[in-house]
Design a protein. Structure first.
Length: 109
């Protein structure tokens, strides 16, 4: 499914408008996008039971912090075991972000 449908829903949500077929169709048409009614219905139906604020909150990355960069710099006297443990934790975080992205993609087809 095209991301433009998702972006349209996010725009409606941000504007405080109801996410329904008519509003989504209007947003897409205003953007010059050829609207597929089946996709519109599918996206609106998929989002009916979704709390968009919670999804955005759990999937967002703080502004100004590049992905994979921790706020605290590691001490220079860390042992090799501490560094290995830190790398394992970083990998776990990467997986969880990937899982979040996969979950969001599943919501929208």
């Amino acid at each position: 499914m095209g991301m433009e449908y998702i972006y349209g829903c996010l725009l409606l949500h941000h504007a405080g408008k109801k996410i329904d077929e008519e509003n989504l169709r209007r947003v897409l048409e205003a953007a010059g996008i050829k609207v597929d009614d089946i996709k519109v219905k599918a996206v609106v139906a998929a989002l009916k039971e979704v709390n968009i604020d919670e999804v955005l909150k759990s999937a967002s990355i703080p502004m100004g912090v590049p992905a994979g960069v921790s706020a605290a710099q590691p001490a220079t006297t860390e042992s090799k075991e501490e560094k290995k443990e830190e790398k394992k934790e970083e990998k776990k975080e990467e997986v969880s972000e990937t899982e979040i992205a996969a979950g969001l993609a599943g919501l929208f087809g």
